[in-house]
Design a protein around this ligand. Structure first.
Ligand SMILES: Nc1ncnc2c1ncn2[C@@H]1O[C@H](COP(=O)(O)OP(=O)(O)OP(=O)(O)O)[C@@H](O)[C@H]1O
Ligand SMILES: [Mg+2]
Length: 249
């Protein structure tokens, strides 16, 4: 099995805005190895969300191709793509996107039922995941009864219900206060230590320091990449700050 989980080759995407075209991605090449926790940073509008959507097959590039586990997505039908997304990809958004009239555990089950497996296994897994994410006691609560941090934990639990090969997260701490944000980052770091591959977009320096690799996007292209020293458990904040400042962050 390839140790590269997701690969983007020559990805370009242009949006048609009212009177002009926006080059959101401009020949991006990226390879994400299994087990890595990496970050995408860059100025607003540099294409971070677009890149995450294209890599996770939520959206399509105009040019280039995405390969998951070495398999190109181009030839797949919508139905095959949907099945692949369901089985291999987890996605977490800034604003949680839980279904408001389902309880936390029902949100997980709804995502899992699509895969048509035994109900008991699924329920067990949902319970284990909620426990692991520290919200085992909130299973029967509704999203409106939870704090932002708890909602995001529920969203992450839901995204992991089908054991995805890779977890994509677009500014998952963007709506959290700093203590909830640190706690969530600890959880993501823990999941990564257990082997979960994570690719996350963030604006926040402290969050980015958790990454093993930082991809700096500028004008729709990977302008530069920072690799954490194997000696460090976290990238030192001042080091990353200097690196980012030097690139116009
Ligand atoms: N649906 C769309 N239609 C037209 N233009 C779009 C669309 N989505 C994004 N864009 C444009 O594409 C560029 C990249 O957008 P994208 O959302 O990927 O940026 P980003 O790096 O995630 O920004 P932010 O940090 O603000 O979230 C921007 O110039 C944006 O205005
Ligand atoms: Mg964005």
């Amino acid at each position: 099995m390839s140790h590269i989980i997701i690969e983007g080759r020559g990805l370009s995407k242009t949006y048609m805005a009212e009177k002009s075209e926006v080059n959101a991605l401009n020949n991006v090449n990226i390879r994400i190895p299994r087990g890595e926790f990496s970050m995408i940073m860059g100025p607003s509008g540099s294409g971070k969300t677009t890149l995450l959507h294209v890599l996770s097959s939520l959206d399509k590039a105009d040019e280039g191709e995405v390969l998951i586990g070495g398999e190109p997505l181009g030839p797949l039908s919508e139905k095959e793509l949907a099945r692949l997304r369901l089985g291999k990809i987890g996605f977490v958004f800034q604003d949680f996107n839980l279904i408001p009239n389902l309880s936390v555990v029902e949100n997980l089950l709804a995502a899992g039922y699509l895969k048509k497996e035994g109900a008991r296994d699924l329920k067990n897994r949902a319970a284990v995941l909620l426990e692991k994410l520290g919200i085992g006691d909130k299973a029967r609560s509704f999203p409106s009864e939870l704090s932002g941090g708890q909602n995001q934990r529920a969203a992450i639990a839901r995204s992991l219900i089908n054991n995805p090969e890779i977890l994509f997260a677009d500014e998952p701490t963007g709506n959290l206060n700093s203590s909830a944000s640190e706690a969530l980052l600890d959880t993501l770091t823990g999941l990564n230590r257990e082997g979960q591959t994570i690719l996350m977009v963030t604006h926040e320096l402290r969050a980015a320091c958790r990454g093993e690799r930082i991809y700096f996007l500028k004008d729709g292209n990977i302008h530069d990449t920072y690799n954490r020293s194997p000696m460090d458990e976290r990238i030192p904040e001042d080091t990353l700050y200097k690196w980012l400042s030097g690139r116009g962050w």
